[in-house]
Design a protein around this ligand. Structure first.
Ligand code: AMP
Length: 171
């Protein structure tokens, strides 16, 4: 499937090789395979909820949660969640932003899976981990991505936190 990811040089800023997944997901068979392959590693584990990062994570996470019989929890940008939230600020491969979760989002959910499209520096995934640390007695069973960029060391940072990583491909 790797050949269907389109690479755009210097987008959105100079020096970034942007990995565009729209060219992969616009094919029905590939979209199905992406969802199936991101679901498989967690099928025999107890997952109560899939936490997904706005906005590209949502594309796969809803379907993965459905297949795992798990809840879907959105992690969102500022001013999107209407109820009380916990928040964290974090740096991106380009720029910085904030991530929010509803304070009651994990009620009754202990075993959690994080899903996003791409793991680069790990800033985004670690922000999700930091948000989860606001809640007591939660277990992060793993984190799944379509793409891992190992040269940026996000995978090492997550593994250092004891988190299992799964990705479909690396660049
Ligand atoms: P990071 O926080 O550095 O691990 O970056 C991960 C997030 O930024 C993901 O949600 C991606 O959607 C986006 N991202 C970072 N780098 C790239 C890239 N080279 N190509 C496409 N998306 C990227």
């Amino acid at each position: 499937m790797k050949e269907y990811v389109r690479t755009i040089a210097d987008y959105p800023v100079k020096g970034i090789q942007f990995r565009d997944i729209t060219t992969l997901l616009q094919d029905a068979g590939h979209f199905k395979q992406v969802v199936d392959d991101m679901t498989t590693p967690w099928k025999n584990k107890k997952i109560d909820a899939v936490l997904s990062i706005e906005s590209r994570g949502f594309i796969m996470a809803g379907a993965i949660a459905y297949f795992l019989n798990a809840a879907f929890i959105p992690l969102r940008k500022p001013h999107k969640l209407p109820f009380e939230t916990y928040k964290v600020s974090y740096d991106l491969e380009y720029g910085s932003t904030e991530m929010h979760i509803h304070t009651d989002a994990l009620d009754g959910h202990d075993d959690l899976l994080i899903i996003d499209d791409l793991l680069a520096t790990g800033g985004t995934a670690l922000a999700a981990v930091e948000l989860i640390e606001n809640f007591e007695n939660k277990n992060i069973i793993g984190a799944g991505f379509i793409i891992n960029l190992p040269d940026l060391n996000g995978d090492k940072k997550l593994k250092d936190k004891g988190i299992n990583i799964h990705s479909l491909m690396e660049f």
